[in-house]
Design a protein around this ligand. Sequence first.
Ligand code: SAM
Length: 230
Amino acid sequence: MNFSFAPIGVIHSPYKEKFGIPRQPSLAPSARMKLELLPPYNHADTVRGLAAFSHLWIQFVFHETASRGWRPLVRPPRLGGNDKVGVFASRATHRPNPLGLSLVELIGIDIGSGVILELAGADLLDGTPVLDIKPYIPFIESRPDARAGFVDGPPPRLSIVWSEQARTDLAIWDSRHPQLAVLVEEVLAQDPRPAYQNDPERIYGVRLYLLNVRFRIHDNIATVLEISAS
Ligand code: SAM
C-alpha cells in the first residue's frame, strides 16, 4: 500500500535555514512561529476546542532534506558524530518516510480570514509543510521514568558572550524582534556546529528572521560577533 498526504498547514519560522535550528523542540523556547492552516482546513471549526490545550504534537515533512534518501545507520550528534545507531533508534531527518514529530507550546489561535496557530519552542524550518496537529495529553504521554537510550538528559549548553559590536547591532534590531537577544542565546547555547568541527578561529553564521548572526566558539563559550541584515 502507498499513501499520499497533502499538507494541512505551513510553518512561518524565524529559522530560515537548517543550520542553527535546535535539534529538538523546547531547547529554544523563545522561538515564536506561526502555523498557517491551508484551505480547506483554515476554518474555525477545525480548531474548535484546541485552545484548551497548552501543547500540541505537530507532524510534518522534512521537506528540505526529503530528496536525499535514507540510510539504515545514522550518527546522532549526541554521540559526538562517531557512533552509529539504527535510523529507527534516532530522530534523524534522513528517514525512509521523511516525517518529523515535534511537541510545541500553543500560545494562541488567531481566527480571521484564515486560521493561524501561534507556537513557541518549535524546531521547524521556515516553510515546513505540516501534515497533522494533535493535542498533547500529559497523563498518557508524559513518562518521566522512561529509558531514553543515548539521550540521557538535556545536551550541555555553551555560555554566551556578546561583543561590543554585537551589542550595538542588537540595539538596532531588537525593536523589530523583541525576543532576539534571548533567541540568539538559546540557539547558540546548543552549539550548532557539526560534531566534528572544533576550530576556535572559525566564524559561523546563523540566519534568524532576516538577520545573519555571526559567532565564534572557543572553550565552551560562544561569542556573538555581529548581527547584520542577511
Ligand atoms: N523533533 C523532530 C522529530 O523528532 O521528528 C525533529 C528532530 S530533527 C533531529 C531536528 C532538526 O530537523 C532541526 O535541527 C533542523 O535542522 C531539521 N529540520 C527542521 N525542519 C526541517 C525541514 N522542514 N526539513 C528538513 N530539516 C528540518
